[in-house]
Design a protein around this ligand. Structure first.
Ligand code: A3P
Length: 299
């Protein structure tokens, strides 16, 4: 059973989270956490299911939008994905195929059938300094009483939580180490790895790779269109149109716009970190990432 915990930092930042089996979860995780994790474990997976696994702010919406366009053959903007973490099994079971589901859970928590090779998993990684800067902006845009009573973040405090692994999806460093292990041990060919910074540099070739991985056979014209539709500017435009899908994130911000899209750049962290904070971050990063196969670009 999950317990409620309140974590505070020296600068007065605080967050009220759920803790279960030594991991943190957001309060809107389904039920008591334990039962939903058990239900995910035995979930009936469909051959054409796609699971997008991310640490928050690493490009979940971007990947979801690309995959949806490639899975369905239509370039409609669909807003935010359905999350495995926040959606009960009955609702998930009723979703029409092809399902494109997102989650901030790690691969160990995926359904057994996925670990055995059924369905497809796509994960996107992003350098942690931009992840943290993006997370800070996102969290401080939330303005609903439910959020304000549970979370309050100043930059210094969030940095402290992030380095201690005390955020709603746990430690970014543990998340990456977990993937290093999966890369070494998972024997199926149903997992694809994307890098945010590579996508920024060359989206078109990543769209091509995604299409091949998903086994869809669209011609170059459609892949060109998907690439254009999924640029940062185009996604922002689509998200701000009156006809954009309504979703809870819009309702809980000050200006009622989707808080997901900010700058979509590599290196904006420089506008957040002080020199001392950056040196401290680098020291911890170098220690924790010493044996990792990941080599992130920060600019
Ligand atoms: P920034 O806050 O740095 O702009 P997630 O979907 O995992 O919550 O990630 C959100 C981050 O992905 C935000 O980063 C958002 O702008 C960025 N993003 C979303 N769509 C993008 C796109 N088409 N191109 C580049 N970045 C994108």
């Amino acid at each position: 059973m999950a317990e409620q915990v309140e974590i505070r930092s020296k600068d007065g930042s605080f967050q009220k989270l759920l803790k279960y089996d030594d991991r943190y979860y957001v309060p809107n995780f389904v039920g008591n956490v334990k039962d939903h994790l058990a239900a995910i474990d035995v979930m009936e997976v469909r051959e054409d299911d796609t699971f997008i696994l991310t640490y928050p702010k690493s490009g979940t919406h971007w990947t979801f939008t690309l995959v949806s366009m490639l899975r369905t053959g239509t370039t409609i903007y669909r807003g935010s994905p359905t999350f495995l973490d926040y959606t009960d099994m009955e609702t998930l079971d009723k979703l029409p195929s092809p399902r494109v589901l997102a989650t901030h859970l790690t691969f160990d928590f995926m359904p057994k059938q996925v670990k055995e090779g059924k369905g497809k998993v796509i994960t996107i990684f992003r350098n942690p300094k931009d992840v943290l800067s993006s997370l800070f902006t996102f969290l401080t845009k939330l303005d609903h009483p439910d959020f304000l009573s549970r979370y309050h973040f100043k930059w210094e405090g969030l940095l402290e939580f992030f380095m201690e692994g005390e955020t709603y999806c746990g430690s970014w460093f543990d998340y990456i180490q977990n993937w290093d292990k999966v890369m070494a041990e998972h024997r199926g060919n149903n997992v694809m790895y994307l890098i945010y910074e590579d996508m920024i540099q060359d989206l078109r070739s990543n769209v091509q790779k995604l299409a091949m991985f998903l086994g869809v056979s669209f011609g170059p014209d459609y892949l060109d269109t998907v690439t254009k539709k999924c640029t940062f500017l185009n996604m922002v435009t689509e998200a701000t149109k009156a006809a954009a899908p309504s979703e809870q994130w819009k309702e809980v911000t000050k200006n009622k716009t989707l808080p997901i899209y900010r700058k979509g750049e590599v290196g904006d962290w420089k506008n957040y970190f002080t020199v001392a904070q950056n040196e401290y971050f680098d020291k911890v990063y170098n220690e924790k990432m010493e044996n990792s196969s990941f080599d992130f670009r920060f600019e």
